[in-house]
Design a binder for this molecule. Sequence first.
Ligand code: 5AD
Ligand code: SF4
Length: 432
Amino acid sequence: MSGTVSIRTYGCQMNEADSEAMAGLLEGEGWAVTDDEAAADVVLLNTCCVRRHAEERVWNALFALRARAAEGGLIVGVCGCMAQWRGEEIVRRAPHVRVVCGTRAFARLPDLIRRAAAGGAVVDVGEGGLPAGPLPRTRRGALKALVPVMRGCGNFCAYCVVPYVRGPEESRPPGEIAAAVEALARDGCREVTLLGQNVNGYAAAGVPFAGLLRIVGGTGIARIRFLTSHPKDLSDGLIRAIAEVPQVCEHLHLPLQAGSDRVLERMRRGCAYGRYRALVVRIRAAVPGIAISTDLMAGFPGETADDFERTLGAMEELRFDAAFLFKYSDREGTTAAAMGPKVPPAEIAERHARMLDLQSRIGLERNRERIGGTEEVLVEGPSARDPRRLFGRSRTNRRVVFEGDGALIGTLACATIRDATPLTLIGAPRAA
Ligand code: 5AD
Ligand code: SF4
C-alpha cells in the first residue's frame, strides 16, 4: 500500500524524534511523507497529553478533520502519548479516527494503516513495537538532529502522566548511539541533542550518561546538547563531563518545578530546594558561563500563597537563563489528581502571570549581560522576522539574530552581541 502521509507533531522533542522515525518507517514502505496536509491520503497526529490544553488542541484538530474524513478516502490516525492514554476512547468520541497507535506500537504503524484502509478502526496501544536496532529516520533538517538515547521514565512525579504513557526507562546501547552520531556528522550534521525524559538516568552496557557524553564527544560532531536532566540524578561525574568534553554546549535544562520544599515533597520530586540550589552553585563553578533553564509550575494542589512566593524567590535567587512556566493541570490517574485542595483556576492564572512577568525581566537582564561579548552561533538560516538577518543559536541555547552573509548558513560563526531582548540576542558578525 502507498500514497501520501502527513504527520503533525504536538508536544516535546521526543515526539518530534518519534515523528521522524514514523516518517522513516513509512517511507521505507513506499509512502511519500508530505507537509501538505490538505492533499494527504493519511493524516497522522502525533500527540501529547502532559496537560489538558495539549489534549484539547488535538481533539479540536480531530473534529476539524471530520468533514474531510466523512467525504471518504482520508485516513485519520492518532499516535503517541494521547493515543496511549486514551486508547479506544478516541474512536468512541471521534469515530472518524481509523488508527490509534500508542507510544510503543509505532513500528507497527505501516501495518495498522494497511489494516485500517481495509475498513474499520484499528487500536494498538500494546507493547513490543519498538525494534531492538536503530530505527530508520526521515529528518527535517540536515544541520541539527535529535537522537533519542533512552525512553520512558520511572520517577512517577505526582502530577505527571509520562511514566504511564511512556513506560519504564530503557536505554539504547552506547555503540549504537555513537554509530548514529558518527553517520550524522559524516553527512554534515553539526549538532545533536541527546534525548530522554530522564536523560541522566541513562545506563547501558555499564556506561552512565557522563560516559555516553564522552563517547559521543569522540564521534566528530561539533556540538552536543541533551534533555531533560533530573536534579536528583545529576552526578559530579556528569558535571565533570559537561566541563571537560569540548563539544558539550554550556547549557543545562534542569527542571525545579517549585520553590517550596513542602510542595516539592508532595510532588515526589526527590530533591529539596536547598539541594537543587547547591547543585546550581556547583555547576556554575565547574562550567563558567553555563546557562541553566528550568520548568516551573504554578498551582499544584495544596500550593499556598506562601509556597508560591517561594517559587518566585527561587527564580530571583537562581536567575534562570530561561524557564518554561506552566499552569498545573489535573491529569486523571496521577497521584496529584486525588490531592487537594485544588487551587482555583483564576488563582493559578494569576500566579502563572506573575512568573511570566518575573522571568521576562530576569531573561532580559541575563541576556543584557552578554552585550559586548561574542557568541559562537550555529547559523540555521535567515531570521523568520527579518530575512535580511541570519538566525542561529549560541552554545548557551540563546536565539541570536545578526547581520551576515548568507554563506555563513550551516557554519559556526562568531557574533559580537550589541543588543538584547528577553528571548533574543542581537549581534553583528565577525569572522569565525
Ligand atoms: N500540569 C502542568 N505541568 C506539567 N508538567 C508535567 N505534568 C504537568 C501537569 N500535570 C510540566 C513539568 C515538566 C514539563 C515537561 O511539563 O514542569 O517538567
Ligand atoms: Fe514526568 Fe517526573 Fe518523569 Fe519528568 S521526571 S517525565 S516530570 S515523572
